[in-house]
Design a protein around this ligand. Structure first.
Ligand code: PEP
Length: 264
């Protein structure tokens, strides 16, 4: 039995308009009030323009046994300045956010984010006390070329080394790593439970090597890639899967609630 609190995170990406957000929140908060799931954590990453709405509505249904992180889908490594269109960790915190996504594969692809930049963003999140959910994962080409473990090693080690270098105690601060094989994101193709477990175990071993047994034991590893009510239970049954980062299925409040109640 794992002592890590399960985390179910919704990545809305560039979806939902004002009225849809209001409908979603009305349905989700009603469903969550009726839900028996307890001892879990939830997270929402909406478009930045909706953060205030989510902070207002979801804070009311957040409780000790079911706390809810709300955060940005990205942040700039600097705290302020001439970076049109970007958001800083300081701004997110001052708006009331508690978490942030770093290095989602869509940002790595669309905006050319490399491992160093993702590590700098992770560091910036930690600097202001945001819980970073850092995304890693291989492309289809890399998987088929047998490079998955090398890719994970490069991505995870860069983040851990950067974070540990700036931590005075040399202890890994709270950070969440989301394993998201790119070929499984938004494609309907989910990793098999064995394959997800294999990657998660490799990531946990990388954490152990870099930061020690306690950090490896405590750090939560999420799986992401076409998670839905029909496949979530077999994935969460794996020892090193501590929750999910969910795109498509999180856009429907009922299917997100369904996943939470099946796995929470
Ligand atoms: C994601 O956005 O991180 C994701 C995993 O998307 P989907 O669940 O739609 O595959």
């Amino acid at each position: 039995m794992t002592e890590r609190t399960r985390l179910f995170a919704a990545n809305w990406k560039m979806n939902l308009e004002a009225a849809q957000v209001d409908q979603y929140l009305a349905r989700f908060t009603a469903g969550l009030r009726e839900s028996a799931s307890n001892g879990i954590e939830l997270a929402f990453y909406p478009s930045a323009i909706w953060l205030e709405r989510l902070l207002r509505e979801l804070t009311q249904v957040s409780s000790a046994g079911r706390s809810i992180f709300i955060g940005g889908q990205d942040l700039h490594p600097e705290s302020a300045g001439a970076h049109t269109g970007d958001l800083s960790g300081e701004q997110l915190v001052s708006a009331g956010c508690t978490s942030v996504l770093c290095g989602h594969s869509e940002r790595r692809q669309d905006h050319g984010e490399d491992d160093q930049l993702v590590a700098a963003k992770t560091e910036a999140a930690l600097r202001v006390g945001l819980l970073p959910v850092v995304c890693v994962g291989e492309s289809l080409e890399q998987r088929e070329g047998g490079q998955t473990k090398d890719v994970l090693q490069r991505q995870v080690s860069t983040i851990l080394e950067t974070v540990l270098r700036t931590t005075e105690t040399q202890q890994l601060p709270p950070i969440v790593i989301a394993y998201e094989p790119i070929w499984a994101i938004g494609t309907g193709r989910t990793a098999t439970p064995d394959l997800a477990q294999d990657a998660h175990a490799a990531i946990r071993e990388l954490i152990r090597t870099a930061a020690g047994v306690e950090a490896a034991r405590a750090t939560r590893l999420l799986y992401g890639g076409s998670v839905k009510p029909g496949n979530c239970e077999e994935l969460i049954a794996e020892e090193d899967v501590d929750g999910f980062l969910i795109g498509g299925a999180s856009l429907d409040p009922d299917s997100f609630l369904d996943i939470i109640s099946r796995c929470g």
